[in-house]
Design a protein around this ligand. Structure first.
Ligand code: GDP
Length: 329
């Protein structure tokens, strides 16, 4: 049996009252490819944005598979909920865009945190492009914040372009690292280290403690060599054990200090504005591409023009111009 869709008003009231079922269903609308769902999602978000903006903190977390992201997020999440914060955990998993198997979604993750009434965990949306997946997550942030989640953690796996997407929607970026291995071995690209505001060497426990100390020294050195950031913040390098719960409070203290520093020097707010401008453009570009490819005349001509391009009968540019002309008419 199909459930009746609540009205926009019911969604707005429900989300404001932190009703998880309605919040979840609103996110499903954001994630839907149906035009009527999309329109409704936009209406809900527009209504919620008329309200005073909540004071929230958006934290991006990345690191190679196996570094301990879920374990860490669970430990940090439990620490924060224990201190009265309401935590939402979202994810951008690029593998869910290209194949069925997702890197982040396969295991049972964050069981303790999922059971907490103070936390809300949502797996990565799927989609056929990273841009599309990221846009859905960006909109979901607005929904969970409107539902009263003041701390939003956005997780991604440190293997591709998705770190940039997460970076472009969060206030602070945390990179988790493994003890004893250099960037190359961890599959971490230099650009990712440069983006990090806080670096934490996880699994700093048992036999690995001394390797973790070495890794920490290595990354301290590496971050000292980086050019100063626009935020005026010098990256912190810490060690922790998500499994044993050690160093979690210190990582949180560094994140909080980042927030205070950048709110004082205004970078925090300027960065959010810049991000909003970026997402405005992204949304326009995605929307234009959609309009274009769904245009009946474009759809009709596309395959034959592509065939002409493939057989060398016309240049890709001439073919594109022709298709754009068809769209304009
Ligand atoms: P993810 O792939 O980055 O999400 O990593 P997981 O959180 O699934 O952790 C991968 C493995 O590392 C699991 O077997 C965890 O139990 C283990 N692990 C995570 N954090 C720690 C830690 O702080 N110390 C140790 N020794 N093991 C950990």
């Amino acid at each position: 049996m199909r459930r009746v869709l609540p009205t926009v008003e019911q969604f707005v009231q429900g989300i404001r009252a932190s009703d998880r079922v309605l919040l979840g269903r609103a996110i499903t609308l954001v994630e839907s490819t149906r035009a009527d769902h999309q329109a409704m999602a936009q209406e809900i978000i527009a209504r919620l944005m008329e309200l005073p903006a909540p004071d929230t903190f958006r934290i991006g977390i990345t690191g190679s598979p196996g570094v301990g992201k879920s374990t860490f997020i669970e430990a940090l999440g439990m620490y924060l909920t224990g201190r009265g914060r309401r935590v939402a955990v979202l994810a951008i998993d690029p593998s869910s865009a290209v194949s069925q198997g997702s890197i982040l979604g396969d295991k049972t993750r964050m069981e303790q945190l999922s059971a907490s009434g103070m936390a809300f965990i949502r797996p990565s949306p799927s989609g056929d492009s990273l841009g599309g997946v990221a846009r859905k997550t960006r909109e979901t942030i607005l929904l969970v914040e409107a539902a009263g989640f003041d701390t939003v953690i956005i997780e991604t796996v440190g293997v591709g372009q998705s770190e940039y997407a997460v970076h472009s929607m969060t206030d602070v970026f945390l990179l988790l690292l493994l003890p004893g291995a250099g960037d190359e071995l961890q599959g971490i690209k230099r650009g990712i280290v440069e983006m990090a505001d806080v670096l934490a060497v996880n699994k700093s426990d048992g036999d690995r403690a001394s390797l973790a100390a070495q890794a920490r020294a290595h990354y301290l050195n590496a971050t000292h060599l980086l050019p100063p950031k626009d935020s005026g913040w010098a990256p912190r390098v810490l060690a922790c054990s998500a499994q044993e719960g050690t160093g979690i409070a210190e990582v949180w203290a560094a994140l909080e200090e980042y927030r205070t520093t950048t709110q004082t020097n205004r970078y925090f707010y300027e960065n959010r504005q810049k991000q909003a401008a970026h997402w405005f453009r992204e949304a326009l570009e995605l929307g234009l591409a959609q309009l274009f490819y769904q245009h009946p005349a474009v759809k009709e001509r596309y395959a034959s023009l592509e065939a002409k391009v493939l057989s060398g009968k016309t240049s890709p540019f001439a073919a594109a111009t022709e298709l754009l002309d068809i769209f304009r008419k």
